[in-house]
Design a protein around this ligand. Sequence first.
Ligand code: MG
Length: 240
Amino acid sequence: MVAGTPGADGLICIDFDDTLVANQEHFEEAVGQLCADIHRATGMPPAEARALFERADERQRGRHRNRFLLAVLSTYCAATGSACVPLEAVPRLAQIAAWPYDAHPAPLPGVPAALQLLRARHAGPVWLVTTGDPVVQAGRIERSGLGGLFDARHILPEKDAAAFAALGAGHARRVMVGNSPVTDVLPALAAGFEALYVRRTTWSLDLAPLPGDIREVADFPAAVALLLRGGPPAGAAGPP
Ligand SMILES: [Mg+2]
């Protein structure tokens, strides 16, 4: 056992988007483009268009590619008062909706080196745990260049407590590292994981209050440093 890590056979699960690679920024760019296009087409102030998008986004409640496309199309319809998207607008709106998924999933600063350090120091399995369209997400993992640094890559339909319970079965100690309170920290805690919260930008619908004893770090390299330094990563019993 390496001191400070979750045991020699401890399982470490790591989120992908906005924990290891930039993602939310690409959604922000796409929504910004959508609002600018709507402004040009209708004169609607971008802030008003954004409010329409946020309502559509909340109805879709998911970051899967087709859900985002539906949110973009329904925002355009709401802004223009149309029952459906005119044919001539489809290519541009499809391009906007594809951007977050087609953009290069660049590793965040220090991530490749931190992952390599974790792999060198931790004897147990290190798994990538993400969600989304399996084909899209597998391609993004491949293009990030990080896929080979994991013992396994799990692209789950949902990251909920049941999914984490199934992942963690047979592992005496397990830790989840991620930037989403709703899809990383809270369901992992509910399934008996410890959790380390990477306090980075995330989808607004993934925000939620966390228990007071959750350990927070600013980025993934800091999470690795904490894991290797020892002590309860998060959510584990310990002094306040
Ligand atoms: Mg994430």
